[in-house]
Write a protein that binds this ligand. Structure first.
Ligand code: SF4
Length: 355
């Protein structure tokens, strides 16, 4: 480990272990009056507003509305955010006394750098009777697990009831301490479906886009059917075999790597310093060299020109599984790294569940 990385990691470790930081200041389903009233009552003068990529185009309008209704000056936290763990840092928006984060639920095991208000942007639309008819027409198995993106969680119980009325057994599970809600899908933690995998024939994912279906298919050896609640469309199950082939090819490409870079993020929500150090030791025990590289937000350009054969990433697991093409060396998750150095078998594939 390079000498300059050690103090940085120790500082983050101490912060995490001391539980330094804030609990969520508030959680709201939508960008509506209850949020604005809470902010007015708190008397803030300066707020930071963070938006997911899908709302970036509306940033100026949303900031103006928030300023008008909260009575505070509102500045946008403009950098693109990774996900629910990547909230505005203290000082990122100079002068901001608190942050308003749209589109994410809080992650309970993360302490926050600023008083932070989460607005989950829950979706009101979705016809559960029509959705259940779609499931029946698609002839899905009768025993299903149900999981949803945060925007569509309010449909979980009504859809479960609607499917029960037509003869389905639909299970919903509570996840671990990284998840705020039962049935919630988070890109680095699919513990609700892991808990049910042995008890159901497959999973319904209620939401849009390919990100969660892909993660779910890596996490559980069960078919995953994406069901778009807004368009009432169901897709064929995710091709898990093809995803696994892709990952095993990455593992194979790193099998002979001698010089490993062990990536560790200083973000509180992505920091796994003890794991990084353990992986470094395990690489060395197998006769490989390994060096820790600390970063905040990983940029592929930061790794260019470095003398490593491969990387293992202890930060967001989806960097390796979804963004590997952006890197000029193989980049693996910790379980894949253990496969590559011969400590773990290739099967069963293990998703890097962040706990
Ligand atoms: S670690 Fe990755 S998947 Fe998990 S919340 Fe953060 S950005 Fe999302």
């Amino acid at each position: 480990m390079s000498a300059d990385v050690l103090p940085q990691l120790r500082t983050v470790q101490a912060r995490v272990e001391a539980g330094a930081g804030f609990e969520p200041a508030g959680v709201f389903p939508r960008f509506e009056e209850p949020l604005f009233a809470t902010l007015r009552a708190a008397g803030y003068h300066r707020l930071a507003l963070q938006l997911p990529a899908g709302l970036a185009r509306n940033g100026a309008d949303l900031a103006a509305e928030l300023a008008k209704k909260s009575g505070a000056r509102v500045d946008l936290a403009a950098r693109s955010c990774f996900g629910a763990c990547d909230v505005p840092e203290a000082g990122e928006v100079p002068g901001a006394e608190a942050a308003v984060v749209l589109g994410h639920a809080p992650i309970p095991n993360i302490r926050l750098p600023l008083p932070t208000y989460f607005v989950e942007m829950r979706e009101r639309a979705g016809d559960t009777a029509a959705l259940s008819r779609t499931v029946v027409q698609a002839q899905l198995p009768r025993s299903l697990g149900l999981v949803a993106s945060i925007q569509h969680l309010d449909l979980v119980e009504p859809l479960r009831s609607a499917l029960a009325e037509v003869g389905y057994t639909v299970r919903v599970a509570t996840g671990d301490h990284r998840l705020a809600y039962a049935a919630q899908a988070l890109g680095c933690n699919y513990s609700p479906v892991e808990a049910l995998a042995g008890e159901v024939e497959g999973f319904l994912f209620l939401g849009t886009g390919a990100f969660h279906p892909r993660g779910l298919a890596l996490a559980v050896d069960r078919p995953v059917w994406p069901l778009d609640p807004l368009r009432n469309e169901i897709e064929p199950p995710v091709d898990r075999a093809s995803l696994l082939r892709e990952r095993w090819l990455r593992v194979a490409s790193a099998r002979d790597a001698e010089r490993w870079g062990v990536l560790v993020s200083s973000f509180a929500g992505q920091f796994r310093g003890a794991m990084a150090e353990s992986l470094r030791r395990r690489a060395e025990a197998r006769g490989r060299s390994a060096t820790l590289l600390a970063f905040g937000r990983l940029d592929p350009a930061d790794l260019q020109g470095r003398a490593f054969d491969a990387y293992v990433n202890t930060a967001c697991p989806r960097i390796a599984t979804d963004d590997a093409a952006l890197y000029d060396r193989p980049i693996l998750t910790p379980p894949e790294f253990l496969m590559a150095i011969g400590e773990e078998p290739l099967e069963p594939y293990r998703f890097d569940t962040f706990r």
